[in-house]
Design a protein around this ligand. Structure first.
Ligand SMILES: Nc1nc2c(ncn2[C@@H]2O[C@H](COP(=O)(O)OP(=O)(O)OP(=O)(O)O)[C@@H](O)[C@H]2O)c(=O)[nH]1
Ligand SMILES: [Mg+2]
Ligand SMILES: [Zn+2]
Length: 327
């Protein structure tokens, strides 16, 4: 069926109706038969959602409903006697995670996230520049980042007192670092307690163990997955590379999203000032350089360079910043 093309006036009217629906829904004055639901996975034009009675619906996106992602709270109108619903509108988001697309645009990839769990592993070896990028994203989005070093079973001599891969530097910046082994079920209770009544997302390179950790945190993952695969054919499977984000419910409250691995993560949608703010230890020095347009390279009177010389900022982190803004 050909897509119906709408003119601007029609689009504005749809947009206005949607805003009014959301407002009425939040005030409890919307028409009966509508329900709030949480998006647990999403494909073009269709979302798998869970309503407040934990029922799963296949929700077809109404035209021009805008982006819908894992973690979104939405208004649905369930169909009578089927598991198919209409997805009418997205409720206002508490937080949103975006990734860059080419041309400086960005794309939403998860919503209403409290914790960005950046997973590193001993194999493949961590790329700290990727970690720095995730930290900038989290800081910019107002989401608490946490670092998870997985596969510690592969380390010969491991001690939390002297963590490998310069992770002590990140602890010194105030970031929590968790040490886990999905294989040996180590370090998981602390993760579970961090996630109590929160929504977290595992992110990181492919193969670091995001799905393996998810499997450990969600004892009934297979059951949750079965319910979803019934509704959606191409849900991912634990041992293989993950192809789409899926949200799972933890038994003690809270949710975790398992997301596909990334090779890199672009920050082109942020300007240089926003990137600099994303490096928490730079903040006291920003705006203190001699030149207002200082690029923090070789300029005289650069407060950041001085802080590096005084050992207050790690040279590696400033180099990471330069790489990000040069991209
Ligand atoms: N030794 C060891 N291996 C692990 C651990 N966690 C995961 N693995 C293995 O690492 C490989 C990748 O694990 P996944 O959980 O699929 O990794 P992922 O991060 O979900 O990867 P993508 O979905 O591709 O992003 C699998 O062979 C796992 O068995 C761990 O704690 N220790
Ligand atoms: Mg995976
Ligand atoms: Zn400077």
């Amino acid at each position: 069926m050909a897509k119906r093309r709408l003119n601007d006036q029609q689009k504005n009217r749809i947009e206005k109706n949607r805003r009014e629906l959301v407002q009425a829904f939040l005030e409890g004055t919307a028409r009966p038969g509508l329900e709030q639901a949480l998006v647990i996975s999403q494909q073009p034009r269709i979302a798998i959602v869970k309503d407040r009675q934990q029922r799963i619906h296949k929700a077809l996106l109404r035209q021009h409903v805008g982006p819908v992602v894992c973690g979104d709270q939405v208004i649905i109108e369930p169909g009578k006697g089927t598991d198919t619903a209409s997805l009418l509108a997205v409720l206002p988001r508490r937080t949103q995670l975006d990734k860059s697309l080419s041309g400086g645009n960005s794309k939403l990839f998860a919503a209403n996230i409290d914790l960005l769990l950046i997973v590193l592993a001993c194999e493949p070896e961590p790329r700290l520049e990727l970690l720095d990028r995730y930290l900038v994203i989290a800081e910019h989005a107002g989401i608490t980042p946490m670092i998870v070093l997985n596969k510690i079973d592969l380390l010969q001599a491991f001690s939390t007192d002297s963590p490998p891969y310069q992770l002590q530097d990140y602890q010194a910046l105030g970031y929590q670092v968790h040490f886990t082994s999905a294989k040996q079920c180590a370090g998981l209770p602390t993760l579970t307690s961090c996630l109590a009544s929160k929504t977290g997302i595992f992110a990181g390179q492919s193969g670091v163990g995001k799905s393996s950790l998810t499997l450990r945190l969600i004892p009934d993952l297979d059951e949750q997955r079965r319910i979803q695969t019934n509704a959606l054919s191409s849900a991912s499977h634990g041992r293989h590379t993950t192809s789409m984000s899926v949200l799972y419910t933890l038994s003690h409250g809270g949710h975790i999203i398992d997301s596909p691995g990334v090779r890199d993560i672009g920050l082109e949608h942020l300007d240089t000032r926003q990137v600099a703010q994303g490096f928490v230890e730079f903040r006291p020095y920003l705006g203190r350089c001699r030149f207002a347009d200082c690029r923090h390279r070789q300029e005289p009177g650069c407060a950041l360079q001085q802080a590096v010389e005084q050992g207050k900022i790690a040279a590696r982190r400033l180099a990471s910043y330069h790489k990000i803004i040069a991209a």
